[in-house]
Design a binder for this molecule. Sequence first.
Ligand SMILES: Nc1ncnc2c1ncn2[C@@H]1O[C@H](COP(=O)(O)OP(=O)(O)O)[C@@H](O)[C@H]1O
Ligand SMILES: [Mg+2]
Length: 345
Amino acid sequence: MTDPLEDARQRSGIEIRHLYKIFGTNPGRFIKRVKEGMTKEELNDRHNHVLGLQDINLSLPPGEISVIMGLSGSGKSTLIRHINGLIEPTAGEVLYEGRDVVAMKGAELREFRRTKTAMVFQKFALLPHRTVLENTLYGLDIRGVPRAEAEPVARAWIERVGLSGFEENYPNQLSGGMQQRVGLARALANDADILLMDEAFSALDPLIRMDMQKVLLELQQELQKTIIFITHDLDEALRLGDSIAILRDGKLEQVGTGQDIVLRPANDVNRGRVIRASRLARPLAEGEAPPEFRVDGYRVLERVAREMAAAGVAQATVLDRKGVATGVIDSEAILNAMVTPAEAP
Ligand SMILES: Nc1ncnc2c1ncn2[C@@H]1O[C@H](COP(=O)(O)OP(=O)(O)O)[C@@H](O)[C@H]1O
Ligand SMILES: [Mg+2]
């Protein structure tokens, strides 16, 4: 038997090199000046063009979940759509198996998109007049795979995502979580190496969302797909991502593991160095025992995060200057505060 991890390492990852995207009527006119340093503001205010992506360099390793994180409008969807050639860049390369997706045209691009990539959307994008089975079959249908061959494949994936018994149901008879399972089954039925997931779980309720994260992680253990997962939620990023890339205003701000992002945030203002732990302390929940590990509330988040990481704890009791417990701090809350801009006053 082949080891799926070893197998994954033999495969191609995706290399994004010097990728720029300018939106507007004549992007080519401005690319040189943007490369020379013209800012997003200047391009927008003086020339009425939008700088969507700016000099993105990113390696997306085979068989891993690479998370792309960023606020709304930071360029996440623009970036992921370059990977399957839905958007043409103003400059740059997207390399996969030694080929540049950017240079692919017509039939070659369609073939690449159909056979190598599958996309899962936030809005499920199921066909309302097709059953679960028919929706799952859809990609195979388009590729001309005969029904007799496609159906057992689709049924197996429906079972694998936990929807056995719903094969003949229509999307509007399913909950959001179930619809997203169909979206996932459809993507997996394509047997594409690259899975592009654009805020795929963002519309789901928190509990269902965590279910789906679990489903994805379990499937990934087996499948070792190259997954690009977009989210604006740090908890989700930390749970799913083998690595996390943070986009801000079309620029890559930081790339690393969850741990890197937490302990060495690269924000312009390093919130970890200005926010004090006491600000994030929450009251103990009813019946919750106070964590044994204690931190000083007047210390800044970065310091407290280091202490907690060194002790290997995810929660700590926060003390005030007199040594009195004022609440509990969670590592996830710290991470969130460190990478998310403060709310506008
Ligand atoms: N077709 C387009 N024309 C002009 N501007 C666009 C277009 N698509 C995206 N943008 C702009 O590019 C930026 C990034 O958008 P997007 O990739 O959708 O962000 P995200 O997915 O992170 O919310 C935004 O400022 C958006 O307004
Ligand atoms: Mg988006």
